[in-house]
Ligand binder design. Structure first.
Ligand code: HEM
Length: 509
């Protein structure tokens, strides 16, 4: 009779060999990976990065990068340990986003990070899949009807939820509100209504936060955290084993999929041709349901935190610049009339100082502080910087807003006037101000975002004076993430607005 023992040892040997082989492959991979990263680089910048010693001089990593870019003669630097070329030179930005667009795609490392959450959605793909969605979405988003729809959505959320919420705390000395949290709820409600035609009512504080909002928040947070792991191997192994954050991510994505599927089913059942939201518009052209889900989820991600981020820094700036706040109110009284509300998108176009103030706020505090692409084939940037295939190339709107060469010696000051010529707003070269990106992949929601930003800014400034809670800082401190977020939120007291004439004379709070 044959013993089972040799068989056991045989299979043990096989398993052992397999494990050994996997470990060796992983080891070789890691050696190549770290060799590429040049973790041993001993140059001053790399040492400062590795030891995080920039923290002794700067509050935020983006401030350190801004300093390095300002002091570089070409406005471009290379961080060896990250294999990352970073530029604040508009000529380079134009080169990567337009002239050699095909050689600087988003690339696999980025799409892998957001792939499970965004699937094949526009935000996360290159090539033909991107081109198809871009064409379709541009067609829809360039219609005038979508702009007035965006205006109506914003107005509804402002009048029905945002204003009542702030009215309820107005003048209450002992109540502080986290305005950043309020804006995040507001922008989520608005973008969901715009994209799906559904309002999750996150601003309705009496209701529990919807499952969709919770799952969406968690999925974006955990996906962003993937980018912060030392190596992608770590999260990929966790995903394979379905443990830790990867388990939570999978659960929240499943919930998002279930809820979006329900909305799509409802639309199919009750019809969508008379609806104005994005999902209904796309349903006329796309029948693949998971693709539909991916397209719309990309829009929600793109349009949510960006808008909340701009509103947060805008109101922080307003609290520090009552003269600009007064100028916005004086202009509104002249164009719309005293104690009157803005009624149309057309009327909004006349508010040049308001528009300039929003742009100036985004120049100093862009919601997406930097954005990276991956170089497909060896290339040389116009300033002479060689870029090897596979290198991460980043343009840095936050640093660009702080370059004297681009904005003059007063570049650190908040001056909406720099955007006005004879009182009329003028558009800067988009490669000098790539806050909405520029070139072939320029933001598709720019017009919609601007409608929303100006509507909220004006409606709140007309009614409320926002007072910052102590301790007040001279500059914000940001939390790490895909979008700029104030660390600790924006705690404020809400007061009734004063007459613009008295506002003008009062200094910063
Ligand atoms: C102030 C608000 C906003 C800012 C600053 C902003 C900025 C940007 C930036 C920098 C990109 C390029 C990202 C990349 O390729 O890595 C982008 C892309 C995009 N944005 Fe926005 N965005 C804003 C609001 C919105 C809104 C409200 C929507 C939706 C209605 C939206 C939809 C999109 C889409 C779909 C893309 C992908 C375009 C493509 O890849 O072809 N954005 N945006």
């Amino acid at each position: 009779m044959e013993s089972a023992i040799p068989g056991f040892f045989q299979s043990f040997d096989q398993e052992f060999c397999c494990c050994f082989l996997i470990i060796m492959i992983l080891l070789i991979f890691l050696i190549f990976y770290f060799a590429r990263l040049r973790v041993w680089c001993n140059c001053e910048i790399c040492r400062t990065y590795m030891k995080s010693s920039w923290k002794s001089q700067f509050d935020n990593l983006c401030d350190w990068y801004a300093y390095l870019l300002k002091t570089s003669p070409t406005q471009t630097i290379h961080i060896h340990v990250l294999d990352n070329t970073i530029t604040a030179n508009p000529v380079n930005v134009e080169y990567m986003l337009k002239t050699r667009f095909d050689n600087f795609p988003k690339g696999k490392p980025f799409s892998a990070i957001l792939g499970d959450f965004l699937g094949r959605g526009i935000f996360n793909v290159d090539g033909d899949l991107w081109r198809f969605q871009r064409k379709l979405a541009s067609l829809e988003l360039n219609r005038t009807s979508i702009r007035s729809f965006a205006f109506d959505v914003a107005r509804h959320e402002i009048d029905q939820r945002l204003i009542p919420l702030l009215e309820s705390v107005k003048g209450k000395e002992d109540i502080f509100v986290d305005l950043q949290d309020v804006f995040r709820r507001f922008s989520f409600d608005s973008i969901c209504k715009f994209s799906f035609g559904l309002d999750p009512k996150c601003l309705e504080l009496s209701l529990p936060i919807s499952k969709f909002a919770i799952s969406f928040d968690l999925a974006s947070k955990l996906s962003a955290e993937r980018a912060m792991t030392v190596s992608p191997f770590i999260w990929k192994i966790r995903r394979l084993l379905n443990i830790g954050n990867e388990k939570k991510l999978r659960k929240s994505i499943n919930m998002i999929n279930k809820l979006t599927q329900e909305v799509i089913n409802q639309r199919r059942k009750y019809g969508f041709s008379d609806k104005k939201d994005l999902l209904s518009r796309f349903m006329a052209f796309v029948s693949d349901e998971s693709f539909l889900r991916d397209i719309v989820v990309s829009f929600v991600l793109a349009g949510r935190d960006t808008v909340a981020s701009v509103l947060t820094s805008f109101f922080w700036l307003m609290a520090n610049h009552p003269e600009a706040e007064a100028a916005i109110l004086v202009e509104a009284d002249r164009v719309i009339g005293q104690n009157k509300e803005i009624t149309s998108y057309e009327q909004m176009k006349e508010l040049h100082y308001l528009h300039a103030s929003v742009y100036e706020s985004m120049r100093l505090y862009p919601p997406i502080q930097f954005d990276s692409k991956f170089c497909l084939n060896d290339d040389v940037l116009p300033d002479g910087m060689p870029v090897k295939k596979g290198t991460r190339v980043t343009y840095h709107p936050y640093a660009m807003g702080r370059m004297e060469e681009l904005w003059g010696i007063d570049c650190l000051e908040f001056k909406p006037e720099r955007w006005l010529k004879d009182g009329v707003f003028f558009q800067e070269n988009p490669f000098k101000f790539p806050v909405f990106q520029a070139g072939m992949r320029v933001c598709l929601g720019k017009e919609m975002a601007l409608v929303e930003l100006r509507s909220v800014a004006l409606s709140l400034l007309k009614r409320f004076r926002i007072e910052l809670a102590p301790p007040q800082t001279t500059a914000p401190r940001f939390s790490p993430g895909l979008t700029a977020t104030f660390h600790g939120g924006l705690q404020v007291r809400v007061r009734a607005q004063r007459d613009p004439a008295t506002l003008k004379m009062s200094g910063p709070l």
